[in-house]
Design a protein around this ligand. Structure first.
Ligand SMILES: *Cc1c(COP(=O)(O)O)cnc(C)c1O
Length: 447
């Protein structure tokens, strides 16, 4: 008999599926997909289709939907700003401050005093400007959008002068020359890959020059025979200087920390770029600022007004949740308390403290060892720089390590696989997750 005539009903398959906490509609779609695929795959003279096989396929379909759901993970990679894991964690305090705005109505674009229309740039943008010593600021969806908007608003159809050493690609397709083209500007390259002097810029400045752009190298570091021109020198050239600061260290002297960490090396600050005469500075909200995904544009009032009124600004505007989160982050910096932001707390926690936690975990896990590790900034920040850190390692062969790392992932822990084992770097793990980490490592160690 033709097995296709004997297929179970969708309902029968759904009733036999594992309960996945997924809406019934999705389970029905998964069951239908399984039955439809089975019908397509068999011919009239094939063996009958096993009911249990159908249910298994339907369950696998549901499983792949469940696996794709956005959910929390434990970052044991030691990469602080891990773009694939959502960059900077925000912390409960920042979140509780925005709950009321996010769940209800707010003065997002409303002047409470006279009931007139207000500006969404009056809150977070303005505060972030104050936090770095700029006159004005606005917020868009990310720094890539910020750069595109600034170039489009200030330089469309005109020339933008950039050092050849700064024509970079910053992860996920942000390439300076392409952004330049998209924004309708003419790229004028000056200098060489490793050396660009002030004189290289000045020979290319003309009536058609709209901007001089300086791009933070972010994800790579040039060493050896190099020379770059400072913002201060660029500001003497005449045209507006735009700095894409990328990682968004608000102040290179880190006044919110007791000591400036040595691993920050020569990471430039937004405040310093403004002080040195940059007309506009753009940076990411979710890198070293430690906030939500966003792009911040700060600078002089006249330039920021011009940028904010460009049509692209409307298309890139940040939403109220982002603005409420960023406002709280800005207030935290202004209060001098930014070391309490999860990013800075994780970045500056002492190696001794990490070691105590690691030893406690290692005593609970058979075969686990406490090892010295190197954490990194990540996400296009602090290229080539490492932060001394501590990890818990399960030594083993490459195969064992891959198997254990897969087990850890299945329990929401993302670890690093090194030359001699699986390593969980504690710098990026919240202490409240240590217990879960220990239990997960115990189960993984027997794999
Ligand atoms: C990270 C980075 C970008 C892109 O920022 P997003 O917020 O990820 O869009 C652009 N420029 C520089 C220099 C960066 O470091």
């Amino acid at each position: 008999m033709d097995p296709r005539r004997d297929l179970p009903s969708i309902e029968q398959v759904v009733a036999a599926m594992k309960d996945d906490d997924l809406p019934r509609t999705l389970l029905v779609q998964c069951a239908r997909q399984a039955v439809d695929d089975a019908r397509d795959q068999v011919g009239p003279r094939d063996q009958p289709i096993e009911f249990n096989d159908l249910v298994e396929v339907a369950d696998a379909n549901a499983q792949s939907i469940a696996a794709a759901l956005l959910r929390p993970l434990i970052n044991a990679t030691g990469v602080l700003i891990h773009t694939n894991l959502g960059r900077a964690p925000l912390g409960a305090e920042t979140f509780s401050a925005v709950r009321a705005v996010a769940t209800g109505y707010s003065n997002l674009e409303y002047e409470v005093a006279d009931g007139s229309r207000g500006s969404r740039h009056a809150h977070a943008g303005q505060l972030l400007a104050r936090a770095c010593g700029a006159e004005a600021g606005i917020v868009v969806n990310n720094n890539a959008a910020a750069v595109l908007l600034v170039l489009g608003a200030l330089a469309r159809g005109r020339e933008v002068v950039v050092s050849r050493g700064e024509l970079v690609e910053i992860g996920g397709g942000f390439r300076v020359p392409e952004i330049m083209e998209e924004s309708g500007c003419q790229l004028v390259e000056v200098g060489t890959t490793n050396k660009t002097r002030l004189a290289d810029y000045s020979t290319k400045i003309s009536e058609s020059t709209a901007l001089v752009l300086k791009v933070h190298s972010s994800n790579y570091r040039m060493i050896g025979f190099t020379e770059a021109t400072s913002v201060e020198e660029l500001a003497t050239l005449g045209p507006t200087v735009v700095v894409d600061a990328g990682s968004g260290l608000l102040d290179s002297t880190t006044p919110w920390l007791e000591h400036r960490p040595s691993w920050l090396a020569d990471e430039p600050g937004v405040r310093q770029a403004i002080n040195a005469g940059a007309g506009v500075v753009t940076f990411s909200g979710d890198k070293l600022l430690g906030g939500p995904q966003s792009g911040v544009i700060v600078g002089s009032t006249s330039l920021i007004t011009q940028i904010a009124s460009h049509p692209l600004a409307r298309a890139m505007r940040a939403d109220k949740i982002t603005l409420a989160l960023l406002q709280q982050v800005a207030l935290t910096y202004l209060a001098g308390e930014a070391r309490a932001l999860p990013l800075w707390r994780m970045a500056t926690i002492s190696v001794e403290e990490l070691r105590v936690r690691a030893e406690k975990i290692a005593t609970q896990v058979d075969g686990a060892k406490v090892i010295d590790t190197e954490a990194v900034g990540g996400g296009g920040s602090l290229p080539g720089l490492t932060i001394p850190s501590i990890g818990v390692a399960l030594e083993g062969t490459g195969k064992e390590s891959e198997r254990r790392a897969a087990h850890l992932r299945a329990e929401s822990v993302v670890a690093r696989v090194g030359d001699d084992g699986v390593i969980c770097d504690l710098r990026t793990v919240d202490p409240s997750d240590d217990e879960h980490l220990a239990q997960t490592l115990t189960r993984a160690s027997t794999r």
